[in-house]
Design a protein around this ligand. Structure first.
Ligand code: OAD
Length: 233
């Protein structure tokens, strides 16, 4: 089989599971004991901004207690040593890819360490807690700042760039994602339509597993370093 020149890697919650961050669908549709619609929708935020800020403040603070695992580190190594073009896109809002050595990571569902103002659309790095009375650093509106998380019903980031990368790649790899949430779940179909080989690395078969040309099942900390070693061999 020809060596790939352009690789797109899509990651999901499964790659961070062994670092100690809960996945979504393995916890019965709850995110840290909250129904998704309470903490991951614009309606939930409008109804109770205090609760939603508290929820993301806890998630943000929890990042300091987790570390990148062997799968994040292997992808960081791949980005530095792979001679072709690599696009790393994650549905995760944690910063473990960056701490694992990856750069220019596309966070299509946003980032815990970022915030933006719903009044003026200013974006900034957010390391401390937010509250409904936090003023926007640009326009000073209180109540404007919100977590930079793509909630249900909102448009994921950088879709045009992502679609172009998926159409141009010759290898598409999906790691640790259930394939339950679109548009990310549709990337494998797009990649195949444009002639790429497709590979799934996941703990167990995802919803779209049968669509992939090849699927390997097991923990990310085992499968990802093995796959990276084979690409770089
Ligand atoms: P899910 O929780 O839906 O799926 C996680 C996947 O990771 C499952 O298929 C598990 O089998 C797999 N998995 C678990 N542990 C693993 C391990 N150690 N190694 C490899 N795989 C493992 O998470 P996502 O697919 O990321 O969206 O969810 C997609 C989106 O749904 C999230 O980004 C979030 C959520 O609602 C938003 O917040 C907008």
């Amino acid at each position: 089989m020809a060596e790939p020149d352009q690789i797109v890697i899509l990651t999901g919650a499964g790659i961070s599971a062994e670092s100690g961050i809960d996945t979504f669908r393995d916890t019965g549709g709850l995110w840290e004991n909250h129904p998704i619609e309470q903490v991951a929708t614009p309606e939930g935020f409008a109804k109770d901004p205090e609760l939603v800020h508290r929820f993301y403040n806890l998630r943000r603070a929890a990042l300091s207690k987790v570390k990148p695992n062997a799968a994040h580190l292997a992808l960081g190594r791949l980005q530095h040593e792979f001679a072709g073009k690599l696009t790393l896109v994650t549905q995760n809002v944690d910063d473990l890819h960056e701490r694992g050595g990856s750069s220019d990571v596309i966070h299509m569902h946003g980032e815990l360490l970022s915030a933006f103002c719903s009044a003026c659309d200013h974006h900034w790095q957010q390391l401390s807690d937010l509250s409904p009375s936090t003023p926007c650093p640009a326009c000073q509106t209180r109540g404007g700042p919100r977590p930079d998380i793509v909630w249900f019903g909102e448009m994921p980031y950088q879709m045009r760039r992502l679609e172009a990368a998926v159409q141009a790649c010759d290898l598409f790899v999906s790691i640790g994602t259930s394939g339950a949430v679109y548009p990310a779940a549709g990337f494998v179909h797009l990649a195949k339509t444009y002639g790429a080989r497709t590979l799934e690395l996941n703990l167990d078969p995802s919803q779209g597993s049968a669509v992939f040309d090849e699927a390997r099942h097991g923990p990310a900390t085992k499968l990802v370093p093995e796959w990276v070693a084979s690409v770089l061999a």
